[in-house]
Design a protein around this ligand. Structure first.
Ligand SMILES: Cc1ncc(C[n+]2csc(CCOP(=O)(O)OP(=O)(O)O)c2C)c(N)n1
Length: 519
């Protein structure tokens, strides 16, 4: 057995490789990005960066339809984008094992919110595994493929930044062989049209009992005996927090959902106080409150509802002096907020945009969001990926003039293109600025379709953004180098004053990528 020190992301990737996956699809997003990177760079498994999470999910679903195993990974908010195929795929079920690895980000270290994906799994009525360390992340991902095929359902493996971005030792097993290619056709179970939906939903509901049986069979939720009348229900990584406590309290370790209420009942039966630890929203606490009168957690106000939980608030709640300083204790660390790099082309673009004096600037998500910081103060709103152009259109419908939308190249391809078509179709008067730095810089310089390289490093066709915007019907499309201040200012001023949908593509490679290309 090989033992290696690895990141949680790599552990999940290795679990999938060990399970014999034939393909992996993802769209970058912290903390899940390195799952696909590991597969693409450290194995012979075919892998792709899809243009967004919905597409990644659908590509993965297609692979599963061939009877082969597939891993789809994304960050938590990516699942909002993929929610449409995700929800209905549970009704249809899967063929080859389908595992959805989700990276949640309590503490929003690199995200627009702190949503808890366990609720999505319950919403879709599929099983969700939650490892407590990298070894479990590897083992549970591998097991999730067997469970997926046993239940004919996608299985979610939910983990969080703290686990995914930490190194710990992982023992690797033998890699299993790929599944045989097997194409089946059955309209009643493979086509989600209204006349099949009720039957499909019934089938999904009937699987719920089996999900509980499978979770029991693999002993994913376990009771550890301890001393005293105070017990802990610890979900996922919080099991490690519970182990930090000096006294040996009884622990119910939760690693799989939906959680069997009967198990909680038997655990809390002789306890006077139950502490529920979970990273994310108080899901298990809510259930436990129905069962036991004395529950301490986030809903009781004993632990914070927001931010990463970590160990410190638990120690504080229990009146312990031990200060572990995992999270929140910024007094020990100098803050290091992200900033635009020296020489970043985005900064030069914003200087010109500020000079062009737009009335309102709708921002988007990427390195260029950092234009919000002083001294640039260049953005007035930021919501989610792809929203800049549609928000600008909405503002312009109310007669506000000189509205500019700022969006990166990857974000434009992700969800900006439909918004551009919408703006043209609905006769908006807006300026759309695409900041094309030829990479997905924010998440670690992954390639985009506009540079002609795949996740595996192979050459592929190049998407021409200028031609694309013209084909969408933009009234004007200009390409400028943001380092050329005079030309940039000119097209921005013109674009803000002219009616219609005017597009300015500010094109210059990210300073870090450009450096790498030169060396
Ligand atoms: C739905 C969703 N998926 C993924 C992410 C992670 N993410 C943040 S910004 C970004 C793309 C940034 O690339 P680009 O638009 O090219 O801008 P750059 O960072 O290169 O300036 C991604 C993938 C996210 N925040 N939301």
């Amino acid at each position: 057995m090989r033992k290696k020190l690895m990141l949680g992301t790599s552990a999940i990737a290795e679990g999938a490789i060990e399970a014999g996956i034939s393909y992996a699809a993802s769209y970058p997003g912290t903390p899940a990005t390195q799952i696909l990177e590991h597969i693409a760079q450290h194995s012979d498994v075919k892998a792709e960066w899809s243009v967004n999470e919905k597409v990644a999910y659908e590509v993965a679903y297609g692979v599963s339809l061939t009877g082969r195993r597939v891993l789809c990974s994304m960050k938590h908010v990516g699942l909002n984008v993929a929610a449409d195929p995700f929800m209905t795929s549970a009704y249809l079920g899967i063929k080859g094992g389908f595992v959805l690895a989700i990276g949640d980000d309590p503490g929003a270290y690199s995200s627009q919110n702190e949503q808890d994906s366990r609720f999505y799994a319950l919403f879709a009525k599929i099983p969700c595994f939650e490892p407590s360390d990298a070894q479990e992340a590897k083992d549970m991902t591998c097991l999730a493929f067997d469970v997926s095929e046993e239940l004919e359902l996608p299985v979610m493996v939910r983990s969080i930044t703290r686990l995914l971005h930490c190194y710990s030792p992982v023992s690797l097993g033998e890699r299993r062989s790929e599944k045989d290619l097997k194409i089946e056709k059955n309209p009643e179970t493979m086509i989600a049209i209204p006349k099949h939906v009720i039957k499909l939903h019934k089938r999904l509901n009937e699987k719920q009992k089996k999900i509980n049986e499978v979770i029991k069979k693999y002993k994913l939720n376990k009771i550890f005996k301890g001393n005293g009348k105070r017990g802990i229900i610890a979900c996922g990584i919080t099991f490690q927090y519970a182990m930090e406590l000096e006294e040996k309290l009884p622990i119910l370790k939760v690693s799989a959902y939906p959680i069997d209420e009967g198990l909680i009942k038997s655990f809390v039966k002789n306890l006077e106080e139950v502490i529920v630890l979970e990273e994310g929203y108080p899901l298990v606490e809510q259930i436990t409150r129905k069962i036991h009168p004395n529950v301490k957690g986030k809903l009781s106000g004993d632990l914070p509802l927001e931010g990463e939980l970590g160990v410190d608030p638990i120690m504080k709640m229990l009146n312990k002096t031990k200060d572990i300083c995992i999270s929140g204790s910024n007094e020990y660390l100098l803050p290091r907020p992200p900033v635009l790099c020296p020489g970043c082309p985005h900064r030069e673009f914003y200087k010109s945009l500020n000079e062009a004096k737009p009335n309102f600037v709708t921002g988007d998500i990427g390195c260029y969001t950092l234009g919000v910081n002083p001294p640039l103060n260049a953005i007035d709103t930021c919501l989610c990926m792809g929203a800049s152009i549609s928000k600008a259109s909405g503002i312009a419908t109310q007669g506000v003039s000189r509205v500019a939308a700022v969006i990166g190249d990857s974000t434009f391809i992700h969800t900006g293109i439909p918004a551009l078509i919408n703006a043209v179709y609905n006769k908006s008067n807006i300026l759309v600025c695409i900041l094309d730095n030829s990479s997905v810089a924010m998440t670690g310089h992954q390639p985009t379709p506009s540079i002609g390289v795949t996740a595996k490093g192979d050459e592929t066709k190049i998407l021409n953004l200028e031609e694309l915007c013209k084909a969408c019907g933009a009234d004007s499309v200009s390409v400028v180098d943001p380092y050329d201040k005079k030309a940039t200012l000119e097209v921005l001023k013109e674009g803000l004053d002219k009616p219609g949908v005017n597009v300015v593509i500010a094109k210059r490679a990210c300073i870090l990528t450009a450096k790498k290309l030169k060396s």
